[in-house]
Ligand binder design. Sequence first.
Ligand code: A2R
Ligand code: GDD
Length: 317
Amino acid sequence: MKALVIGAGGFVGGYLISELCSRNWEVCATKLPHEKINIYGKNAVSYSTADLDILDEAAIARLLGEFQPDCIFHLAAQSSVALSWKKPALTADINIKGCINLLEAVRNMASSPRILFIGSSEEYGYAANRPEPVDETVRPDPANIYAITKLAQNMIGELYCKAYGMDIISVRAFNHIGAGQLPQFVVADFCKQAAEIKAGKREPVIHVGNLSAKRDFTDVRDIVRAYAELAEKGRSGETYNVGSGHAVSIQSILDKIIELSGTEIKVEVDKERFRPVDVPFVEADVSKLKNDTGWERKLTLEESLEDILQFFAGQQG
Ligand code: A2R
Ligand code: GDD
């Protein structure tokens, strides 16, 4: 089977390439010209690369014609909720126009490859803020521009599926973490600060934002395994939650990071790190994913945090 991974220069791409290669998929991975793809797995991987801007529909069509994929994993995005408040138009361009460009290019192919759209738990927004985990039947109520663009991608995917009989699956990925994630996201940010403090590179104070929010965190290696399982076994036209099924507070993650770092650290709340709107509670119901694919989470939150701390410790030398 041939997989085209679009947007592989970001955090998830290298992990997904590793996972697909371990399943003997033939992989072509795209990146922006200035990017480099980072592989963090232990296994040797062999794959081809191509430069691709998702806003260039003609370039997508050329690449599809050359590679003829069986499945397309669409990772390319402006993926930061925080940045989407500052750059709403850019976020809409990449996340919505990009998805339409891809759909139009695939629609014009003779073959009909499967597309996996990577959406977000953010699509649920306030609808997730309830005592029980949120499942795919809950009507989304997004609370920021990023979330709205990902819901648009989901809806446009459903439309193309119904209108043109295309083979599309949409994923709603809950928060994922791992070595290599940029410190614009909370766990990487706190672990980087802790590693720098431990190395004596900064004063022993961690700067934080809203610690009361509760989110559902999963190791990126478990996340990409779910993507591969869905590509192989998921039902066309469906949306699947991908997450751990357990929400934890950002405060408890911070406490664990400080404990694991084994260093005396003070905490300073920085109001500039707060968002205009931040949904208090988000927890995934992943029954549909488990029932359809047999997927189970393998790595604990503590294992992920240890790896990420080690990754940033390795950068202090
Ligand atoms: O913004 P950059 O320079 O970091 O590049 C990102 C890239 N990207 C694009 N690729 C092709 N054409 C574009 N016009 C374009 N604009 C941005 O997509 C980055 O290398 C990649 C997305 O990777 P990350 O931002 O690291 O996201 P991550 O964590 O790998 O998440 C993968 C997917 C995304 O759709 C998220 O929204 C979702 O999972 O959670
Ligand atoms: N970034 C950041 N920095 N977030 C903080 C901080 C801080 O110092 N302090 C508290 N938080 C809180 C945020 O307010 C939010 O409630 C939570 O930590 C998670 O923030 P992020 O790690 O920035 O992730 P996100 O939830 O906004 O978005 C990520 O997860 C989505 C899936 O749920 C991204 O990976 C998205 O691309 C992805 O779709």
